[in-house]
Ligand binder design. Structure first.
Ligand code: ADP
Ligand code: MG
Ligand code: MG
Length: 922
């Protein structure tokens, strides 16, 4: 006993011991089964094996010994509660083994039902249930599921045996099979197991259970599961929980059945009852789409008592979770059992509408509503849609399962999907129905179209999760993968792989050919305001959506403390950013102002024989760049425009070394004359070649080597500002110095710039007050921020470069070379270039901010890397108290929303779901 008493980890929790907030430990399914149990709902008794046990198993390669002991105790508890024993041949307790990670993961092992049946107890079950056919059906299902998912036997072997038997007997479906048929099938199935694995199907119930539990643990690391996690930014380190639960039977004949339902329509958000029900079936039959389902309304006619109880539970759950829930239930001979619930997945538009509806119903506050939607969801609403006015040829219609508009070539399987997308094509994956093996194809496709299945089918659920456009249940289609054809019955037309079609995931429509797309009403709202958005909406549903987005965005803008600016280099970008609600330009790059015809002038700077020739080239650039700045400052009148002085290595503006060498060599070989200038250029280019340009002569270093560059740029900025001011405009430029590592660099540039600005002031008679600040993108700058800050008006963290310099790797080289392994080893959960590495790079940002503010309390601090538009990073920047983020114009609405969510501290579970877990390990 001593050993057990001293054990520190508890690996097994009875359903009455947990609650919904323990998803980390119990997984989502386990936590919610516990919650329902504690709410007094009819949940079949069982227990959850924790994610910690999974991590221990995967780490050590075997189950912890204490787990065995705890499982025994937990089984005894269930046996006592049920008055049945696992493996009792006369009256067996049967159990399901269900995987359930923190985040719902279709890539993992499916559930094994009917654990505990064997050659003896199948007779006991027959007797107890008074239904011999049911007992044998349950047994053959066990061998099939167990064989496939636990023993890794090709599932087709079982399916072929089943279909072979049905064909021999001329049956239409599984309901025609007699007890004798099923007994025969059990014999065949056991042979399949023996042949495939060399061992017998395990007869011992506890062995079945242990093997199934281990299989769930192992399924955490299948390729499919890893691919899914990678895509969804779920760390590999979490592990899955396993739920072991008493079986209830929806396949016990009449008065039994199984179903799934939502407390609201998951694609529109409308309140009401939405669900599918299948009579005389076990759970897996509903989602597999093998038989057509009934609606929940039909259940009311079939079994009013169960229906009423289910409705009451649905209401209770929605009020309890204060959100739309999705539910799995089973009715066993008129008795309702709850098998699963969770806060339901939903489309982006439903997320906004549901949040707004819940506010209207006073179930949640308006602040909570903001936390119930995500920047990613908003992004998907900004995607273009089919042009309503365009001429389209409708070929058929199915169920709208996940909204969006997709145009692409027909592909019929994973390999075609991957091949064609790699060749640059946009594709639509067309299948009879999808299963977890199709994940790869779904990931690369623009849209998914299936002939079978309902709104709760695999295709629908997974596509919604990925934000992929999806239409399901088009019975009108006959998909023949082998022949490479899709036949549309109603049209008597055959389409081939490679033909272009378009699908509308909001209406279920399927069109022939390339259909043009337009702005979405939400985008119109964001860019042009509520009235324009409502007008663009066209129907009530969409108007409701635009209003919901408006309510939520307004509150987010009210609440957020982070200012949102945009990265924009041209007047057009600046205007777009402004339309999307940017409060300034946080990063205006100037590189493009040296390109095109102006390259020649840069060459002249480099080839100049003396200072005066160089000066001339600089002088010629001033009016050109001045014009560029006038355009941008004017577009952002009244708002800050932070102009970054030239950053990249100068040789990027010169001809490429290899190209130039070849060019001159060819000329020589042809006997043409190579000019002295050309030879000199080649020599200079060779001289300026760097081994590591990223760490070479760039940023402020360039400006100190060629001060004329800085002066030219500052003069152009100051001239532009003076010119606009004279016209009565309100330009607000700031000058930003890149790649500062030392306060001395900053002092020198600052003095130079101030001198030029006062010169321009004197020349034009316009008073100019142009703040001068610096980027922080080197660890040294972050560490010495207290020295730099007194010389600087603002800091802007260039988190892309800061990530490269802090980690000491260059993005272009490393992303393709070893990041895959780093994800596998869980060095990162997500790329540090996508989401800020809070422990490392983030700590640099925090340190630089704190030190800088201590030395200069007035300093303004922001971020101008891509991270400025990444939800999880925005939350981090808000938390450490930055003043602003700057991101690409298209991300501005997302940043506004996420900044609002970050400011509302009381975040809901759903809102927190991602973000928190995705950062790298310390
Ligand atoms: P998923 O994660 O794919 O939803 P589940 O663990 O919910 O997998 O199980 C798959 C199916 O098996 C569900 O439809 C569920 O209703 C059914 N099922 C699971 N456990 C039981 C049980 N104890 N009794 C009856 N049916 C069950
Ligand atoms: Mg599952
Ligand atoms: Mg389920």
């Amino acid at each position: 006993m001593k050993g057990i008493k001293q054990m520190t980890k508890k690996y097994v929790y009875g359903f009455s011991e947990g609650n919904k907030d323990q998803k980390d430990l119990l997984g989502g399914k386990g936590a919610n089964l516990a919650e329902m149990t504690n709410l007094g709902l009819p949940v079949p008794p069982g227990f959850t094996i924790t994610t910690e046990a999974c991590r221990a198993y995967l780490g050590q390669g075997e189950t912890p010994e204490t787990l065995d002991v705890e499982v025994t105790a937990a089984i005894r508890m269930v046996e006592t509660e049920m008055g049945k024993k696992l493996g009792n041949p006369a009256d067996p307790l049967l159990m399901s083994v269900r995987s359930g990670a923190k985040f719902s993961m279709p890539g993992m092992m499916e559930t094994v039902l009917n654990i505990g049946l064997n050659d003896d107890s199948v007779h006991g079950l027959a007797k107890q249930s008074g239904n011999e056919r049911f007992a044998w059906d349950s047994y053959r299902r066990l061998i099939q599921m167990f064989g496939k998912t636990v023993m890794d036997i090709d599932g087709d072997l079982f399916a072929d045996a089943l279909h072979g038997l049905q064909k021999r007997k001329g049956y239409a479906g599984d309901l025609d099979m007699t007890t004798q048929d099923l007994q025969q099938l059990v014999v065949e199935y056991k042979e399949i197991v023996k042949t495939a694995t060399g061992v017998d199907f395990p007869q011992e119930p506890r062995k079945q259970l242990d093997m199934a539990v281990e299989a769930v643990f192992r399924s955490w690391n299948t390729d499919r599961a890893r691919l899914y996690r990678r895509r969804e930014h779920i760390p590999n380190s979490l592990g899955t929980a396993v739920n072991v639960q008493t079986m209830v039977f929806g396949n016990m004949g009449e008065g039994s059945g199984t179903g799934v339902c939502f407390t609201r329509d998951p694609s529109t958000g409308h309140s009401g009852v939405y669900g599918d029900y299948l009579e005389n079936a076990q759970g897996e039959d509903v989602v597999s789409g093998i038989r057509n389902t009934l609606s929940l309304a039909d259940l009311e006619k079939i079994d009013k008592k169960s229906y009423d109880e289910l409705r009451a539970i649905m209401d209770k759950l929605e009020v309890h979770y204060r959100d739309m829930c999705d539910i799995e239930f089973t009715i066993q001979r008129g008795k309702l059992w709850m098998l699963q619930t969770r806060v339901g997945k939903r489309t982006a538009s439903a997320a906004f509408r549901i949040a707004d509806q819940l506010v209207a119903e006073r179930l949640i506050t308006r602040d909570e509503a903001v936390t119930r939607v995500t920047g990613d969801q908003l992004t998907s609403l900004l995607f273009p849609q089919f042009d309503r006015k365009a001429e389209k040829k409708l070929i058929t219609k199915g169920m709208p399962a996940s909204p969006g508009a997709a145009v692409g070539e027909i592909v019929l399987n994973n390999s075609q999907a991957v091949e064609r997308t790699q060749a640059g094509a946009s594709v639509i994956l067309v299948r009879s129905e999808t299963n977890p093996d199709d994940l790869q194809g779904m990931v690369v496709a623009s849209g998914v179209l299936t002939a079978r299945g309902g709104k709760t089918s695999h295709a629908a659920v997974v596509a919604r999760g990925m934000g992929r456009c999806c239409v399901v249940g088009v019975d009108d289609l006959v998909v023949d993968e082998e022949a490479g054809t899709v036949y549309v019955k109603s049209q008597d037309t055959t389409y081939h792989a490679g033909d272009t079609i378009a699908i509308d995931g909001s209406t279920g429509e399927v069109f022939e050919g390339k259909v043009p797309v337009t702005d979405s009403p939400v985008k119109t709202y964001i860019a042009k305001g509520l009235e324009a958005g409502l007008e663009a909406a066209g129907d009530d549903d969409t108007r409701e959506l635009v209003e919901a987005v408006d309510h939520i965005m307004t509150r987010a803008d009210d609440k957020r403390e982070l200012v949102v600016r945009a990265n924009a280099d041209t007047p057009e970008d600046a205007r777009r950013a402004r339309e999307f609600g940017a409060q300034g330009i946080g990063l205006c790059r100037t590189e493009h102002m040296f390109l095109g015809d102006r390259r020649k002038l840069i060459e002249q700077v480099i080839l100049a024989k003396d200072k005066s020739e160089q000066e001339e080239a600089f002088k010629a650039l001033v009016p050109l760049q001045e014009g560029d700045f006038v355009g941008i400052f004017d577009a952002m009148d009244g708002m800050t425009v932070t102009v970054r002085l030239i950053d990249p290595p100068l040789h990027e503006f010169l001809p490429n070394l290899t190209d130039l060498s070849v060019q001159l060599a060819v000329k020589e070989a042809k006997g043409e004359k190579v000019t002295a200038e050309e030879t000199e250029l080649l020599q200079k280019v060779r001289q300026m070649h760097e081994q590591n340009p990223m760490l070479g002569l760039r940023g402020v270093r360039l400006g100190l080597k060629l001060p004329g560059l800085i002066k030219l740029q500052v003069r152009a900025i100051a001239n532009a500002a003076a010119k606009l001011k004279k016209q009565g405009r309100d330009p607000r430029p700031e000058i930003m110095v890149p790649l500062i590592g030392s306060v001395r660099e900053m002092q020198i540039v600052r003095d130079m710039a101030l001198e030029i600005i006062s010169e321009v002031s004197a020349e034009t008679g316009v008073e100019l007050d142009i703040p001068i600040g610096n980027m922080i993108e080197l660890p040294r700058a972050a560490v010495t921020a207290d020295h730099i800050a007194p010389e600087s008006d603002f800091f802007s963290f260039g988190t892309n470069d800061l990530t490269q310099t802090t980690w000491g790797f260059s993005r272009d080289d490393v992303e393709s070379s070893f990041f895959d392994e780093y994800f596998d080893y869980s060095v990162f959960g997500t790329s540090p270039f996508e989401s800020i590495d809070t422990h490392g790079v983030g700590a640099m940002v925090q340190m630089g901010t704190e030190r800088g503010r201590k030395a200069n309390p007035n300093i303004h601090v922001g971020v101008c890397g891509e991270h400025g538009g990444d939800p999880a990073s925005i939350h981090f920047f808000a938390e450490i108290g930055l003043d602003y983020v700057s991101c690409s114009p298209f991300r501005v609405p997302v940043a506004r929303l996420e900044a609002g969510r970050a400011a509302i501290s009381n975040e809901s579970e759903l809102a927190l779901e991602r973000g928190a877990e995705r950062n790298t390990t310390a």
